[in-house]
Ligand binder design. Structure first.
Ligand code: ATP
Length: 301
């Protein structure tokens, strides 16, 4: 396993920022930590990177326990956590060069290659303080990638980028995973964005892991249902149950069916209700959009 987190817990006085979170990321996967603001994503990432000491639990990277001094591990990890920091008076090239030297002897070609890959050639000679937000984010990524890490950890990489920038980052991360075999762990609060990128998604809500599975599995959570409005709800419910359907009251005076048969054949349900003397005034198959499904998972109102 590239990442193996077991029972990670972080308490700040009376705030349980992360509560007993375990997950694993296999080599070559693009995994995402998904959650609303304050869900505990940054704290989890900081524990994975040895920047914050867990109150309980442990992390291994590449099968070795994470410790601040374990340099052999850190040489294989690139990260971008929160605002990308750079020396404002140094140029883009000098900043990337410094990051490269942190890991070993300077390699000018690797520096140029990563600057090209992030589309920063035009700015290579500009001071970091003159960069737009999007380009500062690209510089942060260039610094994280210059030593060709096996694992890339990114906290909200799409933050502050315009849609074209987000698409570019998505393309780059796909390429890194598919072509270079880099394992990627990123955090985000945008389900739609993450669903297009990650093969594995772990959802955090108020510090707890509430879902861990494939992107496809998470999307399937947004289940379709048949929503029915009738004048006599009780009579309709009795008729539906007699017909073998499980139905629930929807809280607004209507009925909801989630059985596969009802969804596949709403016309049968309509006929059944008409025959029972309570024709539907409305009958429609509904499905949560992704964000609604995610909010439901995250337990938000
Ligand atoms: P965001 O996207 O807003 O950064 P997040 O999911 O990354 O959210 P965290 O930053 O990990 O969430 O914060 C989780 C909880 O822990 C929050 O309630 C936050 O206020 C609290 N917290 C984080 N760091 C500290 C700290 N150093 N001291 C006290 N509380 C903290």
């Amino acid at each position: 396993m590239t990442i193996d987190a077991v029972g990670l817990t972080k308490r700040y006085r009376d705030v349980l920022a992360v509560d007993d979170v375990s997950f694993r990321v296999a080599p070559g996967e693009i995994a995402a930590l998904l959650g609303l603001n304050g869900a505990g994503k940054t704290t989890t990432i900081r524990m994975l990177l040895g920047m914050v000491r867990p109150t309980r639990g442990s992390v291994s990277l590449f099968g070795r326990p994470v410790r601040p001094g374990a340099r052999a591990v850190w040489a294989r990890v690139g990260h971008l956590v929160e605002t990308p920091a750079a020396y404002p008076e140094l140029t883009v090239r000098e900043n990337v060069g410094l990051a490269a030297r942190w890991y070993g002897p300077a390699d000018g070609r690797a520096v140029d290659a990563v600057i090209r890959r992030l589309g920063l050639e035009k700015h290579a000679g500009h001071r970091a303080r003159t960069l737009s937000h999007g380009n500062a984010q690209r510089l942060g990524l260039a610094k994280a990638l210059v030593h060709r890490p096996d694992l890339l950890v990114l906290d909200e990489p799409a933050n502050g980028l315009d849609p074209a920038g987000v698409a570019e980052i998505r393309q780059l991360l796909h390429e890194l995973a598919d072509v270079d075999g880099v394992t990627v762990l990123l955090s985000s609060h945008l389900l739609t964005e993450v669903a297009r990128l990650a093969t594995r998604i772990a959802v955090l809500a108020t510090g707890r892991l509430v879902w861990d599975g494939t992107a496809a599995g998470l999307l399937a959570q947004a289940r379709p249902r048949l929503a029915i409005a009738v004048r006599d709800r009780e009579r309709a419910a009795i008729a539906l149950r007699a017909g073998g359907h499980i139905c629930e009251e929807d809280g607004t005076g209507g009925l909801t069916l989630t059985g596969e048969r009802a969804i596949a054949r709403p016309d049968e349900i309509a006929t059944l209700l008409v025959t029972a003397g309570c024709p539907p005034t409305r009958l429609v198959v509904e499905q949560d959009d992704l964000e609604t499904g995610f909010l439901r998972l995250a337990g938000a109102k």
